[in-house]
Design a protein around this ligand. Sequence first.
Ligand code: BV8
Length: 230
Amino acid sequence: MNIVVLTGAGISAESGVPTFRGADGLWEGHRVEEVATPEAFVRDPHLVHHFYNLRRAKLLDGTIHPNPAHQALARLAASKEHRLFLVTQNIDDLHERGGSPDVLHMHGELLKSRCTECGAVADCREDLGRASVCKACGHLDCLRPHVVWFGEMPFGLDEISVAISQADLFVAIGTSGNVYPAAGFVFLARQAGIKTLEINLEVSEGTRIFHESRRGRAGDLVPQWVDELQ
Ligand code: BV8
């Protein structure tokens, strides 16, 4: 079976990565939608760098590890009976650390920087700031997190829609269905006549669109679901 899996912040929640709407989308009193935008970066680059530097440091402080849901998807990727296309909204590296070989980060990656002068994308495991220098072009004060902000075009949309059109099953795991275009993928799947399954802790914005919706923690339900497929 060809399976497309879309994951969101909920799959990393049990690993200790806070979700966006768990704290009703607030960070230090700012709405995430106000901090994660190109306008915010122009208006207050220090605030936006600080937002990502804190999250990057937390991801790298040794307390955050892949959970059984990440590991189950890696098992699915290795199975011979199925072809898995894994796309995540998350910018953490827990799918990779959980063993998934191919992960499409449609909203970018926290552990990468991008140069606004030359476009170079580089690994980034330390704080970024206005004093940062691009190793590719040598410019100063030109690095930003390699993440997709609100109002910016997500990565891989064509690849994702092709994968959905060729899939037998579309599964959304740990996402509230608030953010587009990711939240629209289930409609694409329904239009293509594909079976759709949601695995989520709570009822989401998209629950009623899915053929089946399983309520519970990803760490419990995803390994069960993958076992059912074997
Ligand atoms: C776009 C990276 C144009 C950065 C993120 C006005 C102006 C401009 C745009 C818009 C606008 N109005 C609407 C839009 C579109 C906008 C949008 O959707 N806004 C929302 C707020 C309405 N989208 C965009 O701007 C996108 N770009 O539209 O470009 C375009 C696009 C296509 C075609 C043509 C033009 C770009 C959006 C990307 C923004 N960047 N992340 C960063 O991380 O800092 S989004 C960020 O928030 C995440 O990546 C994620 O996508 C989203 C959070 O969503 P979830 O992952 O679902 O997380 P959430 O906390 O909401 O839910 C967690 C769920 O897990 C919950 O349901 C919970 O119950 C569940 N859960 C919790 N624990 C568990 C669990 N489930 C299972 N087990 C558990 N243990």
